[in-house]
Design a protein around this ligand. Sequence first.
Ligand SMILES: Nc1ncnc2c1ncn2[C@@H]1O[C@H](COP(=O)(O)OP(=O)(O)OP(=O)(O)O)[C@@H](O)[C@H]1O
Ligand SMILES: [Mg+2]
Length: 273
Amino acid sequence: MNGTDSTPWLRATGLTLSFGGVKALDGVDIALEPGARLGLIGPNGSGKTTLLNVLSGMYRADAGSIVIGSQEMVRTGPGRRARRGVVRTFQHPLLAPSLTLLENVMAGARLSRRFLSAPDGPADDVRTRSAEMLDLFGCGDHVHQLPGEAPYGIRKMAEVARAAAAGPPVLLLDEPAAGLSSSERQELVRALKEFGDRHPRSALCLVEHDVPLVSALCDRLMVLNAGALLSSGETTAVLRDDRVRAAYLGPAAQSGGTDDSDDRSASGEKVLD
Ligand SMILES: Nc1ncnc2c1ncn2[C@@H]1O[C@H](COP(=O)(O)OP(=O)(O)OP(=O)(O)O)[C@@H](O)[C@H]1O
Ligand SMILES: [Mg+2]
């Protein structure tokens, strides 16, 4: 996929999806330009994962449009979207259980030949690139382990490494910090910043409940509430938005950072200044 500097890699409009009586997405628009660093936040059940599922082709929207590059792709499946450069991670790590972490990341790295004009080169290049990516995400001591043999935090980081390894145009991350310790979260922020420096045209869309973490990485935020867009714009402005504070951050919003506690659970990380 190519594109000029400001043409979005991906532009979706009017995305709507209901499950029975629940409107999980209600007319959501999103655009991911080259180099975008977008945080997607909102209460539990507000539709964040559903949006990533619809963008990546895991779920089909009831209505709306998804243009990737210059092609309408709302009716295509996840394989075609990935080959067009839309790569994602899952809220719960999903690595191939019979492959080592290195082999998992190599599978991710090989995707790049699908959406980059250059072939990915000899197998050794893929291996070297994959090992470097695992190193970047703090998994260097675990490359030959199977996912089942690796600690949870390493599995989470390896999944991000697998998605990042191809340097995709669009990288969608669903709660990559969930369940990570404070030090692992700092490692994740450092690694994603470094990834962003190495791939300045990749667009990053990060779903997270840890507001300080998302603020450290993203210059723009979108806030979902009950499947609809509540607020969007520059990060600091969105976090000051009264509607966001009322619906998500709550009156107990307090100062904090990514280093204020260990062993956090999957959500409830809403601290801000
Ligand atoms: N496969 C499904 N079948 C039925 N309902 C679903 C399905 N996936 C999501 N939903 C519903 O859609 C709504 C949005 O869910 P979603 O998982 O997208 O929320 P979320 O913002 O990712 O929440 P969390 O922060 O807890 O991960 C919820 O009411 C959820 O129960
Ligand atoms: Mg979710």
